[in-house]
Design a binder for this molecule. Sequence first.
Ligand SMILES: [Zn+2]
Length: 268
Amino acid sequence: MDSKIIFYLSIFFLLSFNASALEFSNKFIQGSFILGKTKPGAKVKIDNKDVLVTEDGYFAFGLGRDRKNDVVIRILKDKKLDVIVKKVYKRKYKIQKIDGLPEKKVTPPKEVYDRIKKENKLITDARSIESNLTFFKNKFINPLKESIVTGVYGSQRILNGKPKWPHYGIDFAAKKGTKIRAMLDGTATMVENDLFYTGGTLIFDHGHGISTLYMHMERIFVKKGQKVKQGEVIGTVGSTGRSTGPHLDIRLNWFNVRLDPATVLNLN
Ligand SMILES: [Zn+2]
């Protein structure tokens, strides 16, 4: 066959089998951040939620720790609707026991309930921001130059013998004062020096509901509303809030869905 015919035939098959030209960066596994790409100008819904699409066709979403249902992706382009259903693969999570925490930090006293409620709202609000920043498309870098992972996403925590919330972040062991670098370009949407659980806490918006959070920081070098570049030093490692020793704990979210930061980082 003449190469021109093969060329047109392959275009025909590409178009007929994949009208929305859909691609995903990651597998559909519990906790995954997923970057999707479709045709520019397409409208996208994830589980009936409208999501923003960049001019070049990128969109982002994520799967929660215990997500069981299939993901339904609807792509509307030129009055043609494609519905894609993806199965979500389950994970097994570790059980992590930590003893020797100050009792008042494991079971907070009544007088701090209001404080915790207010602080949770600050975090939830920052994570609810839907901006059209497009940094989420880019590759993340590790927040520390040397990273020794001591805690993983999803593990069920048993603090002083009491079962608690699962751990939704990645813990890195590091000395107090170690420089923390921004994993991605973004805008600081929450800067708090002394939250009850998380101590010195920073949240960055990277666009389309994708945010990162850094906690237990000793010092914070950015202000709310400040734009940062990937690799910029944003503060130092500390042991503020509920923490047994100096370490960095980072989080990744799609709005208020907690994702596994390991799905965007290169960890060994
Ligand atoms: Zn942690």
